[in-house]
Design a binder for this molecule. Structure first.
Ligand code: MLT
Length: 397
């Protein structure tokens, strides 16, 4: 008889965003004709830019001609995209070889899959609150956790763990709090990892939302991070590829884990990908090359500026109501303290019922997220303005 992985029973019944969708649908079914204003999931809404579309079209056209047609590609990704990414890092003063870059179908899957190269008895440090994928994927592997509390008192950036851990997940700019770690704060994690032979999994999916030049966009801005950090990147929030699906993972050759030599961990990830992944879509990879070109990056910056204008609109409106608000300055998420003694789900319900606004309850990201909701800036300007107006006019606190 097949036995199932009992660790599934340790997960919440539904994934956070599925639960929100379910509750929102139930409200919509009960209130036909009501327009729901979405500040919940961080889902992009603007169309792709002209350069991204040109790249994707080029990818399609190549498949129409026997001379340029391609079937299976390299599991690690196309050489030209990997080299383009090397150039993207070079522009930030960071050097890699293309063999250190692995193209993925996005940050979500890689941030879960990457843990398969670590032993199940590794102790994993995650922040609380946390992007649920880091938590749930390690629960499924049966790993033990150390929680690093992100609180108002520490600006939602935690201290390094007190004891020894083996793997540390960091996300900066942070989902859900919108906080961004400084270079000094990341250096503490790098120093800790080097001393403890731990590996940092750094999710930089929101790096392009940083406009403060003092704040690090990549963990590799910290000296010696290549010896202890894997970085995961995504074109989802950078270029609206949430549905298109493309990202990458950097596994530096310098990275070592316990009992490994330089290059071994890179080799393990290569082994995993060649076995379990057939590469990202060739069409999409052409789109990625286009997005990372000079013109593509200029256009991506315009998309980001648009969403960040939304973030400012939301942040101002909510703080004008007297609520305590964090994030939203170098990140597309606004972290709002619930008024009075409302729990996250109570405030979620209130925003839904009073204002028809969908938010994300902070408690869905962990116990230290209780008492907060997250608002996302990824909507279209008109909808953001409607949502903000509705909150101003209808929220009864
Ligand atoms: C979020 O809303 O937290 C993200 O959009 C979810 C994701 O990126 O998977």
């Amino acid at each position: 008889m097949a036995k199932i992985n009992q660790n599934y029973s340790k997960l919440p019944k539904t994934y956070l965003f599925s639960e929100i969708a379910k509750r929102s649908k139930a409200f919509a079914d009960k209130n036909p004709g009501v327009e729901l204003l979405k500040l919940g999931i961080g889902n992009t809404t603007l169309p792709l830019t002209a350069t991204a579309i040109e790249g994707l079209s080029r990818g399609v056209q190549k498949l129409a001609d026997v001379k340029t047609y391609s079937g299976y590609g390299d599991e690690q990704g196309s050489t030209s995209l990997r080299e383009t990414i090397v150039g993207w890092y070079e522009n930030q003063g960071i050097e890699f070889d293309a063999s250190e870059i692995f193209i993925s179908d996005g940050a979500k899957s890689d941030s879960a899959n990457i843990t398969s190269i670590f032993s199940d008895d590794c102790v994993v440090a995650i922040t609380d609150p946390v992007y649920p994928v880091y938590h749930d994927s390690n629960i499924l592997a049966g790993r033990k956790f150390v929680l690093m509390d992100c609180l108002e008192e520490n600006g939602f950036i935690p201290k390094v763990p007190e004891g020894k851990v083996d793997v540390i997940f960091l996300c900066s700019p942070n989902n859900p709090t919108g906080a961004v770690a400084t270079k000094a704060q990341l250096k503490e994690f790098v120093d800790y990892a080097l001393v403890n032979k731990a590996v940092i999994i750094f999710d930089g999916a929101y790096s392009e939302y940083i406009s403060d030049s003092e704040l690090p966009k990549s963990i590799y801005e910290i000296p010696d991070a290549k010896a202890c950090a894997i970085e995961i990147q995504s074109l989802s929030k950078m270029a609206g590829f949430t549905g298109v699906r493309l990202g990458w993972t950097v596994v530096p050759k310098d990275l070592v884990a316990e009992g490994t030599e330089n290059g071994d961990v890179n080799g393990l990830w290569n082994r995993r990908q060649t076995t379990m992944f057939n590469g990202a879509s060739n069409i999409v990879q052409e789109g990625g090359i286009a997005v990372l070109s000079e013109q593509g990056q200029k256009e991506a910056a315009e998309l980001i500026a648009y969403y960040m204008e939304n973030a400012r609109t939301i942040k101002k409106a909510v703080s004008d109501l007297g609520l305590t608000v964090f994030g939203g300055d170098n990140a597309p998420y606004i972290w709002v303290k619930c008024p009075g003694s409302l729990t996250s789900w109570e405030f979620f319900d209130k925003l839904l019922e009073d204002c028809h606004v969908i938010s994300t309850p902070g408690s869905g990201f962990g116990s230290k997220g209780e008492g907060y909701v997250r608002l996302s800036a990824f909507g279209q300007k008109e909808n953001i303005e409607k949502a903000v107006k509705s909150i101003k006019n209808h929220l009864k606190i």
